[in-house]
Design a protein around this ligand. Structure first.
Ligand SMILES: *[C@@H]1O[C@H](CO)[C@@H](O)[C@H](O)[C@H]1NC(C)=O
Ligand SMILES: *[C@@H]1O[C@H](CO)[C@@H](O)[C@H](O)[C@H]1NC(C)=O
Ligand SMILES: *[C@@H]1O[C@H](CO)[C@@H](O)[C@H](O)[C@H]1NC(C)=O
Ligand SMILES: *[C@@H]1O[C@H](CO)[C@@H](O)[C@H](O)[C@H]1NC(C)=O
Ligand SMILES: *[C@@H]1O[C@H](CO)[C@@H](O)[C@H](O)[C@H]1NC(C)=O
Ligand SMILES: *[C@@H]1O[C@H](CO)[C@@H](O)[C@H](O)[C@H]1NC(C)=O
Ligand SMILES: *[C@@H]1O[C@H](CO)[C@@H](O)[C@H](O)[C@H]1NC(C)=O
Length: 837
């Protein structure tokens, strides 16, 4: 047992890791929709057609039986007729495939003059597994039809026979009946071969002989889903009846079209409606809220249950911000679980399977989710869907009574032996997997540099004779793109001295950025993507596509790119000043003056304004932040990093629906709530940037007291009181004109409006910033021309002087008005000319 504990530590992390490696969805081949005893095909509300049992060539009957037809036509057509058996009877359904199949049995005691079906007592056995034992409708106390769902293996243990034998046996002197049968192949990836037990232990193998019965299938926080909403015709119930304390949960919902199925998770696992709704903790926004949401399900004692939990983070605004615990029958199943660490994206489907035994004497499964034991972490937890499936016992039954009645002798300790054997097999498999992974990682041969695949073709636009000679033939055929040109890998290697670490000027999610010099002496920044990053690939393409459409003084220009085999490299103009953020805090650069800051804001605003309005399509940057605003040697600001950019809505749309992406702290709350992206989301992020520039601190600083963590909140707290000067960068104190500050504060406040519609356009923002700059410059002039400057700006607090001492160089004392005019017209000519420069 000691040993297994240690092994568990090895296995556990792999349990989830190995689990979703499934191939893509296989559409089921076997589909049988059988109306038992019917005389005509019946079409259900969900538009499925059930054919009469006698019309199937591949469905056999053991002998004749009786048919009853209802006297009234009230219920669904499937329940108007039934096939009735007075002695044992077998349906043989010859399938095309072996493997697991859904088997759904429909029962309804049809009212008729001949038989009393309601009190009939009978058993049902499918391929040797007892599904129902001495079943009688009268015991159910139910007047509506009954549907039982099972999963049965066809072609068990080498017999290879592709048939499902469904045997009905009436009890002494009684009858058996059935109204409808559905058989549908289960996709191969649907059930894992191994499963983690709770209480946690080594992974156990699920034998093919095991049959399942669906006990519960729940769409937590969502509506009832019927067969018409599910490609596999499953039913998903709402969770309210099972919630222990309804006040503990709060249901959330997003547009189902936003749900993504990552590679390895097929949409057949659960419909997007399941992932698009969830229960989260009520009052989730209270920090240090500590309680669990609990659901309780009645089940039959003495069986093992397969529990599948569906998760999808539809509540967070950023990755890694939702962490919670999951318990099954008060035992930990997942501890400090972070969905986004598995999916690497929000609104992305994920599921985890567990096996739990419900011992004799207990008849319930308690599922709980609750906050992590991490202090000061926002308390929340979600559950999107839950499936509980009873697993057939070693005596081949899914109906408890049968095991007791038939086969006491088969309850032998063999089970323990199997478990041991299986766990050692699992250990072996996992060790092999580890070895395999080592091999894959470390033995991967250096791939020869070959020409890239043509995953991405640019419109070839000839006329650029300045083409660098590229070694690669792909490069020479497609090189002459209008803007960025294809550079060869060797050329880039030369420019960066073979990616010399000393030339690294930045490291980001995408990869490293190197400073380099092309052969013609042009300084460049070389962004080299981490090879093999799929996400990187998408962003790489987006960036090239976007930048190839754009050219503007305040957008970083793309000089070229290289995509050879594993390499994704972007080459930009070199920005000597680096990211704006470095000039604000966290490094030793001299503080920027207020005028410089305003000019930088104006520059960035021009860049964004051009993105939104200047190009043929509206472009939404989606990731406006101080690290994506770069400065050149003259502190000209340029907007960079278009990897997340999206084309904006076309004229007849008001927004673009998209999964939330962007950076924590800069995200538009409305975009987050409604997943509707407009250019006003960039305006919001820009408002955060304005506050960051003014206060010289990060957008989110978790080290600060709670109310100060988020700069947008903290800044607006003071702005609304008209006391923004209280929190400005101390370096600005004494050098900032109060009117200029007021104008700036108002502009930021409008940008940070709760709703997109309230926020100004980038054009308005630009105008207001220009105005703030004029106020600043005017005050300098006034300070010099009149000694009585205190009268000029009366409300100024003593500690804020209205004079900026440095960088007043470009100010034109005599021609204030015309200066303002040129600035503005400059702006607009810039905007009118899509080429910018
Ligand atoms: C069938 O419907 C009729 C009227 O709609 C009703 O009177 C009758 O009770 C129903 N029969 C059953 C069995 O529900
Ligand atoms: C079936 O009938 C036999 C004798 O006719 C009787 O011994 C047995 O108990 C009956 N079984 C059930 C389940 O009624
Ligand atoms: C289920 O499908 C029906 C028909 O397509 C649709 O009207 C209904 O809104 C769907 N329900 C959900 C929850 O998707
Ligand atoms: C968050 O808290 C505010 C007030 O503290 C409350 O009005 C709001 O309903 C809460 N939101 C949720 C989702 O519980
Ligand atoms: C949640 O439930 C588990 C198991 O029942 C328990 O150990 C834990 O303390 C509960 N958490 C809270 C916050 O109540
Ligand atoms: C910076 O300003 C100087 C002087 O105006 C100019 O010569 C130089 O080209 C500018 N640099 C950039 C990168 O624009
Ligand atoms: C304002 O006056 C100060 C000293 O009185 C001088 O150093 C500065 O250059 C003047 N600024 C302008 C724009 O004239």
């Amino acid at each position: 047992m000691e040993v297994s504990g240690v092994l568990f530590l090895i296995i556990f992390p792999f349990a989830f890791f190995l689990h979703p490696i499934f191939c893509s969805a296989v559409s089921p081949v076997d589909v049988f929709l059988i109306d038992c005893g019917g005389s005509n095909p019946v079409k259900l509300d969900d538009s499925r057609v059930f054919r009469t049992d006698s019309s199937f060539s591949n469905v056999g009957f053991s002998h004749s039986s009786h048919i009853v037809v209802s006297r009234d036509d009230n219920s669904s057509a499937l329940y108007n007729s039934a096939r009735v058996f007075v002695k044992a009877f077998t349906y043989t359904i010859r399938t095309k495939q072996i493997g697991r199949h859904w088997l759904r049995l429909h029962f309804f005691p049809v009212q008729n003059s001949k038989y009393d079906l309601k009190s009939a007592v009978f058993s049902v056995v499918a391929n040797g597994i007892t599904l129902l034992h001495q079943f009688s409708f009268s015991k159910l106390n139910q007047n509506s039809p009954l549907m039982k769902e099972y999963v049965i293996e066809v072609g068990v243990l080498g017999s290879g026979s592709k048939k499902l034998e469904l045997a009905f046996s009436p009890s002494n002197g009684s009858l058996a009946f059935i109204n409808g049968i559905e058989v549908l192949a289960v996709p191969n990836m649907y059930f894992p071969s191994g499963i983690v037990p709770v209480p946690l232990g080594p992974e156990l193998e699920i034998s093919k002989n095991v049959a399942f019965e669906t006990s519960y299938r729940i769409n937590t926080g969502g509506p009832l889903l019927t067969p018409r909403n599910d490609s596999m015709w499953r039913i998903w119930e709402p969770d309210q009846p099972y919630l222990v304390n309804a006040a503990s949960a709060h249901n959330v919902m997003v547009n189902p079209n936003l749900i993504k199925y990552p590679e390895g998770i097929s949409a057949q696992i659960a419909p997007n409606w399941v992932y698009a709704t969830a229960q989260e903790m009520a009052e989730a926004n209270v920090t240090n809220q500590r309680f669990n949401i609990s659901w309780v399900f009645e089940v039959e004692e003495g069986f093992s249950y397969f529990i599948r939990m569906h998760f999808c983070d539809i509540v967070s605004i950023a990755l890694n911000s939702l962490v919670f615990n999951v318990f099954i029958n008060k035992q930990s199943a997942l501890s400090s679980f972070d969905i986004s660490s598995k999916t690497l994206a929000l609104s992305s489907a994920y599921y985890v399977d567990f096996l739990t035994n419900v011992s004799m004497g207990s008849n319930q499964i308690l599922v709980q989710i609750g906050p992590p034991d991490v202090r000061n972490f926002p308390s929340n937890a979600v559950l999107n869907g839950l499936e509980i499936m009873k697993m057939s016992s070693p005596c081949k039954t899914l109906d408890g009574n049968a095991c007791v009645a038939y086969s006491k002798k088969s309850k032998i300790p063999r089970k323990k032996l199997i478990v041991l054997a299986l766990s050692s097999a699992a250990v072996f498999v996992v060790l092999m997997a580890i070895v395999a992974i080592f091999f894959l990682y470390f033995r991967q041969p250096k791939k020869p540099k070959r020409c890239p695949s043509t995953w991405f073709q640019f419109p070839t636009n000839v006329g650029n004779s300045d083409s660098k000679v590229s070694i690669c033939s792909f490069a020479s055929t497609a090189q002459s793109h209008a803007l960025g040109r294809v550079l060869s890998f060797s050329e880039i290697r030369e420019a960066t001295k073979n990616f010399d670490e000393s030339l690294v000027i930045g490291v980001g999610g995408f990869g490293k950025v190197y400073k380099g010099m092309l052969e013609n002496g042009v300084m460049v920044a070389v962004k080299r993507g981490n090879p093999g990053s799929r996400q990187g690939l998408t962003e790489f393409r987006t960036e090239i596509l976007m930048l190839s459409k754009l050219r503007h003084r305040h957008l970083v220009s793309l000089i070229g790119y290289c995509e050879e085999q594993n390499e994704m490299i972007l080459v930009y103009e070199f920005m000597a000043g680096g990211p704006l953020r470095k000039h604000l805090y966290g490094s030793n650069f001299p503080p920027l003056s207020w005028k410089q800051r305003l000019e930088i804001c104006i520059g960035a605003a021009k860049g964004l304004h051009y993105l939104h309005t200047g190009a043929s399509d509206t472009i939404i940057h989606r990731d406006v932040k101080t690290t994506n605003i770069l400065l050149d040697e003259n502190f000209t600001a340029k907007v960079a990093d278009f990897g997340l950019s999206k084309l904006g809505p076309t004229l007849d749309q008001t927004h673009v629906s998209t999964a939330v992406k962007g950076s924590f702290g800069y995200l538009d709350p409305e975009y987050f709530r409604r997943q509707q992206l407009t250019e006003k989301s960039d305006v919001y992020s820009f408002g955060v940037v304005l506050m960051e520039i003014l206060c010289a601190r990060p957008a989110i600083n978790p080290a600060l007291p709670r109310e100060q963590v988020n700069i947008a909140e903290w800044g607006m707290h003071w702005q609304k009181r008209g006391l923004l000067e209280k929190i400005i960068d101390p370096h600005l104190v004494g050098f900032i004109n109060l009117d200029s500050l007021r104008k700036f504060g108002e502009t930021a406040e409008k940008c940070l409006g709760e709703y997109g519609a309230e926020r100004p356009t980038m054009g308005d923002v630009l105008w207001n910033l220009e105005y703030a700059l004029q106020l600043q410059e005017a005050s300098i002039q006034n300070a010099n021309s009149s000694d009585n400057s205190a009268n000029y700006i009366p409300e100024i607090p003593g500690w804020i002087s209205r004079v900026e001492s440095i960088n007043a160089d470009r100010f034109d004392i005599n021609d204030e008005a015309s200066d303002a005019a040129t600035t503005t017209s400059d702006v607009f000519s810039q905007l009118m000319d899509p080429k910018g420069r």
